[in-house]
Design a protein around this ligand. Structure first.
Ligand SMILES: [Zn+2]
Length: 262
């Protein structure tokens, strides 16, 4: 069984296939999956998906790329939704400085900190998006020593990976690790402590090889595990098992029946 810890199944690219796709995941060994929110609308749709499917769990949060859309009213709504029993995480939150011309760094930091405070208050882990902003991200994470979480789609260095693991954070690798030229990602995959590794698809984005450039779905998460296993000279089954256990631990998921979680 594979735990896909980062999916955007509310994306309109899944419009005509969502039901069918979700129905086939457990039978293909993909369960549970985390439905990750990125804005107001997806907070509600992630929770709805988690209510409809026992193997889907939800996050709520505001992505930094649209931090300018956030306001007190939306924050209050998000904080309320975060108490839902199937919400296991605050995310994806963080900093994204990739497009400097339309980036308001102070605004991004402000809402990142507010959402970190919420995670701290509710004892929930966080799913962190950090793009071209690692130093500032680390500085804010260090302000919250009680909060732990995952660096989603980790693209940083081996050195920073060690820093994060020391701080109790998990490192999630996705489709990028399957790309031939992803040298740094390969190094991280080889050396990240096995008890701090997670796998994800970030679907519909970043499909792994041999599907690069096409629509990504949770069905491809085994390809990520397979590549990591090859890099670590072990078998896919071991990576699947370890990363699933890590995810259950981080997101505090208690397995009751086969696909029943609370
Ligand atoms: Zn994402």
């Amino acid at each position: 069984m594979f735990f896909d810890t980062h999916t955007h199944l509310d994306d309109e690219k899944f419009e005509n296939m969502r039901g069918e796709l979700l129905a086939e995941l457990p039978a293909n060994g993909i369960a549970p999956i985390m439905a990750i929110a990125a804005d107001r609308e997806s907070c509600f749709s992630a929770v709805k998906l988690a209510e409809q499917h026992p193997f889907v769990l939800a996050s709520v949060g505001q992505h930094p790329a649209a931090a300018q859309n956030m306001d007190e009213e939306q924050f209050a709504e998000l904080a309320e939704l975060a108490k839902h029993p199937r919400v296991k995480c605050i995310g994806e939150i963080g900093l994204d400085y990739h497009w400097p011309e339309d980036t308001d760094k102070e605004m991004q930091k402000y809402w990142f900190i507010r959402q970190m405070e919420l995670a701290d208050k509710l004892s929930l882990p966080v799913s962190i998006h950090s793009r071209d902003a690692m130093a500032d991200t680390l500085e804010i994470l260090r302000m919250f020593p009680r909060v732990t979480g995952v660096m989603h789609c980790y693209a940083g260095s081996y050195h920073t990976m060690n820093e994060l693991v020391k701080m109790g954070y998990y490192i999630a690798l996705g489709g990028v690790v399957t790309f031939k030229n992803a040298r740094v990602s390969h190094e991280v995959a080889q050396y990240v402590p096995i008890d701090h590794l997670l796998i994800e698809t970030d679907c519909p984005y970043l499909a792994p090889e041999p599907h690069r450039g096409h629509l990504n779905t949770p069905l491809y998460v085994p390809l990520v595990a397979e590549k990591i296993a090859a890099l670590r000279h072990t078998d896919t089954e071991q990576i699947a098992k370890a990363t699933r256990e890590n995810g259950m631990r981080l997101f505090n998921i208690t397995q009751k029946g086969e696909y029943e979680y609370e």
